[in-house]
Design a binder for this molecule. Sequence first.
Ligand SMILES: C[S@@+](CC[C@H](N)C(=O)[O-])C[C@H]1O[C@@H](n2cnc3c(N)ncnc32)[C@H](O)[C@@H]1O
Length: 219
Amino acid sequence: MDAANRDGRESVSVNRHSSAERRRSGPEWLGFLRAFLRAPSTVGAVLPSSAHLARMMLAGHDLQRARVVVELGPGTGAFTRFIEQAAHPEAVILALEVDASAVAWLRERHPRVQIEHDSAERIRAQLRSRGLDRADAILSGIPWAAMPAALQERIMGEVRAAMAPSAWFSTFTYLHSPRTARGAAYAALLARSFARVERSPMVWRNFPPAFVYRCATSA
Ligand SMILES: C[S@@+](CC[C@H](N)C(=O)[O-])C[C@H]1O[C@@H](n2cnc3c(N)ncnc32)[C@H](O)[C@@H]1O
């Protein structure tokens, strides 16, 4: 899907920018806003998620037990740094992101994370190219409630197929989403796809307020 991924094993290139270059690239939220203006339905939010929402994405799970962790749609890395901190030192952390400038930003800041310019539809291909079979944990930042139902189904099929039997999946949605047609379709898709789906408390300290669906394949 992406020239950089033709052999599926692009190595993580760490390109450290000078502080002057970093200042020119602007704050995180500005890059995020630019990405939103370029592709509103792909980005699905005007601001990065808060640290409060990031912590809620990880709450209730022991990431230390996971050896293969996948993040979908890391954007500017709002969840990535928390995943990095919580993960086992030997865990493989793979992140798939379709926005090329976000990929460059993330590679500079998260050298430990294997960041691929690729779609969430290709989790297994990316795992296979590393000799890995399934993921133990998948955390999603992609804007499901802004996506058409067919794409939701396709990516969810991939998520389920990429999960090890005891794996878990965390995904967030905004306060208002379940009242929208696509948000309701997403909630129904989760209920069909997983044996267990729990809703976290609302995270008010996020814009917009959001909550997390914690999902598992066994009850
Ligand atoms: C709402 S932003 C979330 C970014 C970050 N996780 C956060 O919570 O602040 C959604 C991100 O998902 C990415 N994205 C959208 N569709 C994707 C797909 N099919 N595969 C991978 N990334 C995708 C977008 O480019 C964007 O960076």
